[in-house]
Design a protein around this ligand. Structure first.
Ligand SMILES: Cc1cc2nc3c(=O)[nH]c(=O)nc-3n(C[C@H](O)[C@H](O)[C@H](O)COP(=O)(O)OP(=O)(O)OC[C@H]3O[C@@H](n4cnc5c(N)ncnc54)[C@H](O)[C@@H]3O)c2cc1C
Length: 370
């Protein structure tokens, strides 16, 4: 199919935050040849290029994007040969444009373990390896076998094995060392037939503590979706508390000595933290790293849920009343306002704790990388 080139297409409706201006050029790529044609067009015209998935982890500038935006809508799900010999494994190659939660629903329905805790994360399959999506004790990298990509530098298609993707907490080569180089075409996942659900996370453990039977994969999926809904972490278009990118800030990974200092300063508080087995902090052995809850730091710095209070609201953005990490568009908000709030929170936390919070989403169409 040859590409349909559109001009000045509004991007806000294609994002969960609902903010931002238009794309100068826009192509909806339902197959690889269309994507390659759009890429060639942009290269010939020397246009900036942006790859859009489900729009659930981006903040688009108010002026929009001055180049080519290609939305990856490649469909398909194919069972692959090479399942584990004892038939406890299943391998699926899934098109980058498939809705992630639909794939999770399929896996759970087939009694395939490995992604049940990642239920309810909005966005596309192609978006999952970019920041190695994770939630409730699972990360997608634990089930990714390989990623099929279009290499923009070599202008060719290749398969990257999991080990080549450099996965760690909210990171991969796709959003760090090889940023903007690869376009994900499909992802191959290895799932575990009938495997027990992962119950590592405190919220989930609590949920099932009183249950007499061991929860099934389906029970865990439903629980995760329920918990997410209560925190506005399930995308429900009618609820402005979900008009976010999920967590706007990453949980900072710090040296244990930093945590101990905090604990000294807050002796009566149980500061939420998690060990990080594979962290790579300079000069520290891996077991010395911990992840502390950014939400706790933000609240202590004076930014509670629902901030700013109704009487003090000057803009149309704020912190979700259900989740401290979610910056939301209450309706008619702008990217400029989101950035102002982001900076206010970052400098408040830095002033109080000497720690700069890193952001999670990608900023699209801003003159300088934020
Ligand atoms: C309510 C809510 C809850 C969320 N909860 C979580 C959570 O629990 N855990 C979590 O990790 N994330 C969470 N997120 C963030 C987001 O849903 C994920 O990061 C998701 O994987 C982003 O996928 P997407 O398709 O929407 O990507 P987009 O937002 O469209 O793009 C994000 C980045 O990925 C790149 N990208 C997208 N598709 C491709 C592709 N095919 N090839 C190359 N690059 C691509 C884009 O260029 C961009 O840099 C949440 C978001 C919301 C709104």
């Amino acid at each position: 199919m040859s590409m349909v080139l559109q001009e000045n297409v509004p991007l806000a409706p294609m994002t969960t935050m609902g903010i931002g201006g238009p794309a100068r050029y826009f192509v909806d790529a339902k197959d690889e040849p269309t994507l390659i044609e759009a890429h060639q067009f942009a290269r010939r015209k020397e246009l900036p290029f942006f790859v859009l998935g489900g729009g659930s982890n981006i903040v688009v500038a108010d002026a929009g994007f001055p180049g080519m935006v290609v939305r990856i809508s490649i469909p398909g799900r194919e069972r692959m040969p090479g399942d584990d010999k004892d038939s406890t494994g299943r391998i699926y190659r899934v098109g980058a444009g498939v809705d992630w939660d639909q794939f999770v629903d399929f896996c759970v329905g087939q009694n395939l373990a490995g992604v049940e805790c990642l239920s309810g994360i909005p966005g596309s399959v192609g978006g999952t390896p970019i920041q190695n999506v994770g939630a409730y004790g699972q990360e997608v990298s634990s089930v990714i076998r390989s990623v099929r990509v279009f290499d923009r530098r070599a202008e060719s298609v290749r398969e990257l094995e999991k080990d080549e993707c450099g996965f760690s907490y909210r990171k991969s080569i796709f959003n760090t060392t090889e940023r903007d180089r690869y376009i994900v075409l499909s992802v191959t996942y290895a799932l575990h037939v009938g495997g027990p659900p992962t119950l590592r996370y405190a919220d989930l453990e609590r949920y099932f503590r009183s249950a007499s039977l061991k929860p099934s994969l389906q029970d865990v999926r439903e629980a995760v979706r329920k918990i997410r809904r209560l925190k506005a972490m399930l995308y429900v278009p009618e609820d402005s508390n979900c008009h976010s990118v999920g967590s706007f800030f990453k949980n900072p990974i710090v040296k244990r000595s930093f945590l101990e200092e905090l604990q000294k300063n807050y002796p009566t508080v149980d500061i939420p933290y998690y060990p990080v087995p594979n962290a790579n902090l300079p000069g520290e052995s891996p077991q010395e790293a911990v992840k502390i809850a950014a939400a706790w730091l933000i609240e202590q710095a004076g930014f509670p849920k629902g901030f700013p209070p109704e009487s003090q609201r000057k803009s149309r953005v704020g912190i979700s009343s259900k989740h401290t990490l979610a910056l939301i568009n209450r309706g008619g908000g702008t990217a400029h306002e989101i950035l102002e709030l982001m900076r206010e929170v970052q400098s408040g936390v830095e002033k109080k704790f000497g720690l700069r919070l890193e952001t999670e989403p990608d900023f699209v169409g801003f003159p300088n990388q934020l």
